[in-house]
Design a protein around this ligand. Structure first.
Ligand SMILES: C[S@@+](CC[C@H](N)C(=O)[O-])C[C@H]1O[C@@H](n2cnc3c(N)ncnc32)[C@H](O)[C@@H]1O
Ligand code: SF4
Length: 380
């Protein structure tokens, strides 16, 4: 989210403090949180102070959180820990009660909830209720889907009526042939139909939301197809077309087989045979957007998908244990220090460095300049 950095925090402070409004983006999608309560404004201010302090304790509670409705999926994407079958976590679905407990714990701080993890969120039958629960409390929601379980306008209306703000729909090819290179077991027709149903439901309700982002993960199988996909997105009337560079989510040995040939579409740069991160940054996620997996386990970042360094095992750890578990000195600092090591180096024996250093696709390497998103318009 763009408001995580120091400069952003400073630039947005007056609007947050005096108007109760925060403009930010999630995955390049523009979002606006309006009517923020005093407690949320104060928490954002605390987060701003945290951003200015070089180290120490995090005073603010997370204003955003990623919650995994399920880690079960119908597709077999080869570089996803779930799709590849390499994940070591148990599979399951978050009960609505757990979800409500997490929201209750953080309600006074939360601005947005990201509703997906390592699975297909629409497989959780309570997803629309989770979205509605957040909307009723002034909390924005965004999700990402492979589209296969949203196939009728009635299903789409439930999501629109629940107040979902933004949705990424994974359509990785304009034809079944290019689509299924990465989205194994998937149907391009279903993925496209999902986007069409959401647009249809928005039109029926005369609603500008959810903001729709037709998204492809750029691979060798679809790199020649991205222009067709962009054209398709325009024809479908979605709000955005984007493509995202491929990451080695499951540390699969066959990453290179899927890597696009065009170096501009790649996320990594190479020094000889060594895959090298492109940038060194201090990650804000553990303090600003931690993740809760379906069973209530909290991790500093979604990329700790095999629970190398869980922070706690219940929602209450987030607010009661946050100050201790989230100390920068114990968590982010060593993790940041490890960032300059080449990806092939052995992981440092730090608390959260190993999982994140090994597979982070958000920060451990800069997005290549050609990672692209194109706003296509609409009334949003
Ligand atoms: C793990 S998926 C879960 C949500 C849903 N099942 C989906 O595919 O959209 C979350 C995001 O990761 C993206 N993704 C999957 N494999 C990826 C990879 N190897 N590199 C980068 N992003 C990837 C998906 O396209 C999606 O936007
Ligand atoms: S659809 Fe999403 S969760 Fe399922 S295997 Fe593919 S990337 Fe993973």
């Amino acid at each position: 989210m763009t408001w995580m950095g120091v400069q952003d925090a400073l630039a947005r402070s007056p609007e947050v403090a005096f108007r109760g409004r925060l403009r930010f983006s999630f995955d390049a999608m523009p979002l606006v949180a309006d009517g923020l309560s005093l407690s949320k404004r104060l928490n954002l201010m605390r987060c701003g102070v945290d951003a200015l302090l070089p180290a120490g304790r995090a005073f603010g509670l997370p204003p955003a959180i990623q919650i995994e409705p399920t880690n079960v999926c119908n597709l077999r994407c080869p570089l996803c820990p779930t799709g590849s079958g390499s994940s070591r976590r148990k599979s399951g679905f978050m009960p609505l009660g757990t979800f409500r407990q997490i929201i209750r714990e953080l309600e006074d701080a939360l601005v947005s909830v990201i509703l997906y993890g390592w699975g297909e969120p629409f497989l959780n039958r309570d997803l629309a209720q989770m979205i509605r629960h957040c909307s009723e409390r002034g909390i924005l929601t965004a999700t990402s889907t492979n589209g296969h379980f949203l196939q009728s306008v009635e299903q789409a209306l439930r999501v629109v009526d629940a107040g979902l703000r933004a949705i990424v729909i994974a359509v990785d090819g304009s034809s079944q042939q290019t689509y299924e290179v990465y989205r194994k077991s998937g149907s391009v027709q279903k993925a496209q139909r999902c986007a069409a149903m959401i647009e249809e439901a928005k039109a029926r309700r005369n609603s500008p939301i959810p903001y729709t982002n037709l998204r492809a993960v750029a691979t060798r199988g679809n790199e020649q197809d991205l222009a067709n996909l962009e054209q398709l997105a325009r024809e479908m009337g979605v709000n955005m077309f984007s493509f995202k560079s491929l990451g080695g989510l499951s540390q699969a040995e066959d990453l290179e087989d899927y890597m696009p040939l065009d170096p501009h579409l790649r996320r990594y740069e190479y020094r000889g045979q060594v895959r090298q991160r492109k940038a060194s940054v201090q990650c804000p996620y553990p303090f600003r957007q931690p993740t809760v997996f379906w069973d209530g386990t909290i991790v500093g970042c979604e990329f700790d998908y095999d629970l190398e360094a869980p922070w706690g095992d219940s929602a209450s750890s987030l607010s009661t244990g946050y100050g201790t578990a989230g100390r920068r000195s114990g968590c982010v600092a060593p993790f940041a220090a490890d960032r300059d090591a080449p990806a092939s180096a052995p992981a440092a024996p730090t608390r959260i460095a190993p999982p994140i250093a090994a597979c982070c696709t958000a920060w451990s390497c800069a997005r290549p300049p050609d990672d692209r998103h194109e706003e296509l318009g609409g009334d949003f």
